[in-house]
Design a protein around this ligand. Sequence first.
Ligand SMILES: CC(=O)N[C@H]1[C@@H](OP(=O)(O)O)O[C@H](CO)[C@@H](O)[C@@H]1O
Ligand SMILES: [Mg+2]
Length: 540
Amino acid sequence: MFDITQLEPAFIKYCTTRNHSYTYGTAGFRANASTLDTVMFTTGIVAILRSLVLQGKYIGVMITASHNPPQDNGVKIVEPSGAMLIESWEQIATDLANIASHGNFTAFVMHLSQVIAKLNIDETTTPRLIVGHDSRESSPYLMECLQAAAPVFDTIVINHTLITTPQLHYLTMLQNDVVTEVDYYKFFSTSWNNLFSLYPDLNLTFNNLIVDGANGVGSVQFSKFLPYLPQLATLTTIINDKHNVPQMLNVDCGADFVKTNQKLPNGIVNPNPSDLYASFDGDADRIVFYYVDNNKKFHLLDGDKISTILTKCLISMLRESELLNDINLGVVQTAYANGSSTKYITKSLKVPVECTKTGVKHLHHIAESKFDIGIYFEANGHGTVLFSNKFYEVLQKAIDNGSSSEKIHKARLSLFYFSKLINQTVGDSMADLLAVIATLSILQLSPSDWDTEYQDLPNLLTKCTVLNRFVFKTTDMERKLTSPSGLQEKIDAAVSKYDSGRSFVRASGTEDAVRIYAEAKTKAEVEALSKEVTQLVENS
Ligand SMILES: CC(=O)N[C@H]1[C@@H](OP(=O)(O)O)O[C@H](CO)[C@@H](O)[C@@H]1O
Ligand SMILES: [Mg+2]
């Protein structure tokens, strides 16, 4: 039995941020790190309660603010399956944080005991947490806040300290007391070796690989992972690897910088057209690729390009496996996906596309519930491919039954090993990097061949600060505004003036801003459309 009144000293010590209203956004709680002690303390308790409700299964907690600036931080909870916290618990997490922030200890204890009573918890269960953090300066202290309530609940806590978000998701999914990051390296390098063993004569389609670690935890982890991948290690250089200079995190580098500014990150002086470049974000769950042409012009290969090339490869493996009619494959995108990519997937590859709301939790859910092979990527490079139980059943049966053709058998084994190469819990810079390189090798496409599969429509993603972003409410998978009243009609009128024009506006779930997306036939038109819509937002 636990006595929650014993939480008082920790409450006084760690809940120093008062009268702050916390909201659970697109990716958990996220704000300036100086305001986060209270919500870290309560999130630790929520994770403990979640573990108690699930009979002591390991619950993951990651402290990170991903691509946000160094002074921010955040926290997200991971289910035992490795997926994000189930949505119905977001409210429990939000309410507990806000009662701790706005109320005194008595009010807090009263609220918490009501929550515990409602959850019907068996108090003899031992809760288990598996935790980690990114390289931010604030992370170790926030980790202390997060764990402050653990002794009162007799919690077992495994702290992996400096680890990437997807590694933490993967290790949570293993539900094992003794797993470490080495288990991650071994699993994914074995998958890589298995897949390549089917293609002994295959050459990579670029000379060198340059990986931008965003000066974050991804650079630490990738340098530890590389020795398990000797074939790649010899041709890979990691740049922006100053994870121990926290103020450099995501500054002029990383996936978000490259995608938003559509240019090379810091640290690449003389780019080589025969090399492949990739940038991770601050917690290494996103990746974008790029290359330069012979004129040294920069070309971005973003989440849409990743999603389309993986789709092309997997659909051809399915076809060669003669399983196209038994396994359903589809792609999940958000409204931010470039219109050309959607057209390419549906028209050229003849694969269905679902559009859903921003945030990986939404994409993941659709990919999992609608498809046997669900490929999902946000345009910013956050995504993965999910393989269903049915996929494994059908494939295993086909492999066991054997095939007269060597080619068909090889395609089936390729599908199997490929499914093990990509992180099943969440988007993962390192696993996605391996999956893309394997894809390019199997299809024998150079980075520029990959790029020419389809041509992006010129697009612009900007943000603007407004008095109250919460008045911007949307419908139709965030593609249309329902409030402020009358604004959507004005946006529609603006869009209709442009060839292949598209634009939508929504409030960010991670920043205090409204995002404006626009695309059109030419760069000049997209700039004009974006400007018009920005003015409409500002005047609303
Ligand atoms: C347009 C855009 O890139 N939005 C990002 C951003 O969400 P917003 O709700 O737009 O702030 O951060 C999320 C978390 O990292 C990420 O999932 C999402 O794709
Ligand atoms: Mg991230």
